[in-house]
Write a protein that binds this ligand. Structure first.
Ligand SMILES: Cc1cc2nc3c(=O)[nH]c(=O)nc-3n(C[C@H](O)[C@H](O)[C@H](O)COP(=O)(O)OP(=O)(O)OC[C@H]3O[C@@H](n4cnc5c(N)ncnc54)[C@H](O)[C@@H]3O)c2cc1C
Length: 385
């Protein structure tokens, strides 16, 4: 068997076990956790202790599974069918923190500093902090700065909307290290560093089972080996990881859409109106059939994006942008149609589709807004003409 075929088989088995576990362990409490806006850390940790899902793309020497990102993407889609908020916490840890930390060093061909290896081995809960109150899409407009001191760096600034922010143990933090707009560096900051504080911004519309927060750095002292990669070269890991992050977020939309499609399909068969199943009405059939086609198209495009990343294709970034743009819009549309098919039941928390629709909207904002992706893509596709 080729390694590609073996990996596909591994992903299939992984999806089966993650889906079954999520159905049994996440679904029973997800409505209550969503209503409370509560991230359940103990439940999250069971993804590691019971399913071995932490460090999927890390080598076994770091306590990882030694698989490629196709496995992480498959896990994220499977978790998102049941609980997209929990899936987002997982994505932030796995792709934005652990994968990014390891592959930044690997990208330079360097061994991990001992402290970084230790953080990864312990599978602490991580996150990534790029966005600031006044710098989101305009990421190079960030104000957080890091200055060299005798024994390390001093970080000052504020990061906002950081997934796992209020609950995480360690973060990859982008900070300005020079006058040039592009002079940005990446730092590993653990939550016990002096001068580090945080607050929650959990009153959000969707993804309420994940925790989101503000990270504050006030004269925050980190050791010299907090630097990840090279000084002033933080844009390199940022760009390297962006395509992977966007595929992960697209996988979230895909999981949401499939979950909504399945609910609307089953409901439309059993719900009767005018003596018939509503699945017999043409307008309902339109929503069902188009949702099904959207789900199939999302998954096909996502798989193409994953293949291109794994093959190291030059087009991988363009494809990842296209995948995220298409999947975010499609996820919103399918989940909205699911609400329509279920009528008043769809509008209530008796069924998961209203929660899934609220969750789906984040995916048009986080990790690059639809508008930013439209701009990127139109610039890239017109470049050669
Ligand atoms: C629940 C949640 C979790 C998040 N998790 C993280 C995380 O873990 N780490 C992290 O770093 N960030 C995180 N974010 C932040 C997220 O990535 C940003 O919200 C996103 O990049 C958009 O930035 P903004 O919200 O500042 O919007 P802005 O950049 O202010 O944009 C506002 C509007 O203007 C539009 N716009 C901006 N510039 C242009 C332009 N040039 N042309 C056309 N339109 C434009 C945008 O598309 C948008 O519609 C999270 C956000 C949320 C809500």
């Amino acid at each position: 068997m080729s390694s590609r075929v073996e990996m596909e088989e591994t992903c299939r088995i992984l999806v089966e076990s993650v889906s079954g576990w999520a159905e049994a362990n996440l679904v029973p409490s997800v409505t209550a956790r969503d209503a409370a806006g509560k991230f359940d850390r103990a439940l999250y940790m069971r993804l590691g202790s019971e399913l071995g899902l932490f460090g999927v793309t890390l080598p076994e020497s770091l306590g990882g599974c030694g698989l490629d990102v196709s496995a992480t993407i498959a896990v994220i889609e499977a978790l998102s069918k049941s609980d997209p908020g929990m899936a987002m916490s997982y994505l932030s840890h796995e792709l934005l923190f652990a994968h990014q930390l390891y592959w930044t060093w690997a990208g330079y061909g360097d061994a991990l500093p001992l402290r970084h290896a230790d953080v990864l081995k312990r599978h602490v809960l991580g996150g990534m902090a790029m966005t600031e109150p006044n710098a989101g899409t305009d990421v190079l407009g960030m104000c957080t700065k890091a200055e060299a001191t005798e024994d390390g760096y001093r970080i000052d600034g504020v990061k906002q909307w950081i997934t796992n922010g209020p609950v995480g143990d360690a973060f990859l933090v982008y900070a300005r290290t020079g006058e040039d707009r592009r002079a940005i560096s990446l730092f590993l900051v653990t939550s016990d560093c002096p001068g580090f504080a945080r607050a929650s911004c959990d009153e959000k519309m969707g993804m309420r089972t994940s925790s989101t927060g503000v990270l504050m750095f006030q004269n925050c002292r980190v050791p010299r080996d907090a630097l990840v990669g090279r000084l002033h070269e933080g844009l390199r890991p940022m760009l390297r990881n962006l395509a992977v992050e966007r595929l992960g977020l697209a996988a979230q939309s895909c999981g949401i859409a499939w979950a909504c499609f399945e609910v609307m399909r089953d409901y439309s068969v059993h719900r009767k109106a005018f003596g018939r199943s509503i699945a017999e009405f043409g307008q309902i059939q339109k929503m069902l059939s188009e949702s099904y086609a959207q789900c199939r198209a999302m998954r096909a495009l996502l798989q193409e994006g994953v293949r291109e990343i794994l093959d190291g294709s030059r087009d991988a970034t363009v494809t990842a942008d296209a995948v995220k743009l298409f999947c975010a819009s499609s996820g919103e549309r399918v989940s909205r149609d699911a609400i329509q098919v279920l009528g008043a039941n769809g509008y209530s928390s008796a069924y998961p589709v209203e929660r899934l629709h609220r969750d789906s909207i984040l995916l048009s904002i986080g990790g690059g807004t639809n508008e930013a992706l439209q701009k990127n893509l139109s610039r890239l596709v017109t470049r050669s003409s």
